[in-house]
Design a protein around this ligand. Structure first.
Ligand SMILES: [Zn+2]
Length: 266
């Protein structure tokens, strides 16, 4: 790993799943993140337990992070989540979580908050080839005998900068964090914005759904070299396409926004 700032998109989000692995790589994405709660719902715990090669399963050859922060352990030591597909409940404990990580072997994992306080010996069985990130809130309470990073949510106030930050972040915030030396910036914001027709340009955010682009025959941004702009798709064409072939258009808009964030972090 080098010392540059790395933008990490969320491939398990609704907007993130619009692009194929090839689409992501076409816009220079080398780091990607999946949220564990999304994976537990689809493909589900039973299938996850059978996956022997996670990168092959997700068709991802780049750096792969699993973010497990949304999982909350209750006082009985149980993580619960409800399926958005059939309403069924999924329960598992920290031992199951550890087993899953030992088997899936992503490049990095963001551990659930407080789990390292509740299970102080976690690091003894943590796999050497999986880089752990622990919450900045837990950092003072534990000192594991192995290398680890600190994560924080974008909305948190922190006095010591973490190594990995995640959440909604505007281009301005991302630029500022890169300048401050942040290593990993995970955000679904550019994909989500594009999903709703909002794209970044050197003159600000463009809402492609706005009727004023019906007859605008310029690309989103003349300075941009993303696959969408390089093919000279005009705002008028994209405006029309979003109404009639939304899935195709969303893919083109997401590629533009992701390229934009990757260029900011490069
Ligand atoms: Zn572009």
């Amino acid at each position: 790993m080098n010392s540059k700032c790395n933008f990490v998109p969320v491939l398990s989000s609704n907007a993130g799943s619009c692009l194929t692995p090839d689409n992501w790589q076409e816009v220079n994405t080398t780091n990607a993140c999946w949220h564990l709660d999304s994976l537990l719902l689809k493909p589900g715990l039973d299938i996850l337990k059978k996956i022997t090669d996670l990168k092959q399963y997700l068709v991802w050859s780049g750096h792969l992070t699993i973010n497990a922060v949304s999982l909350k352990e209750n006082s009985a030591g149980v993580f619960s989540l409800r399926s958005t597909y059939d309403g069924s409940k999924i329960h598992f404990n920290f031992a199951d979580f550890m087993e899953l990580i030992q088997q899936l072997r992503p490049d990095a994992v963001l551990l659930p908050e407080q789990s390292v306080q509740n299970h102080p010996d976690w690091w003894m069985t943590w796999p050497d080839d999986v880089y752990p990130y622990i919450s900045w809130r837990d950092a003072d309470a534990v000192s594991p005998m192995r290398p680890y990073g600190i994560y924080s949510e974008a909305k948190d106030m922190f006095d010591k900068p973490p190594h990995y930050i995640f959440g909604n972040m505007s281009p301005e915030r991302v630029r500022g964090l890169c300048a401050e030396g942040m290593r990993f910036i995970e955000t679904n914001e550019p994909a989500e914005m594009a999903f709703w027709g909002k794209v970044y340009s050197s003159s600000g955010i463009i809402d492609i759904t706005d009727a004023k682009y019906e007859l605008d025959f310029e690309p989103i941004d003349n300075q941009c070299s993303c696959p969408t702009c390089i093919q000279s798709f005009t705002k008028a064409y994209l405006h029309h396409l979003l109404q009639h072939t939304p899935l195709l258009c969303q893919r083109l808009l997401i590629q533009h926004n992701i390229y934009y964030y990757n260029a900011m972090c490069a």
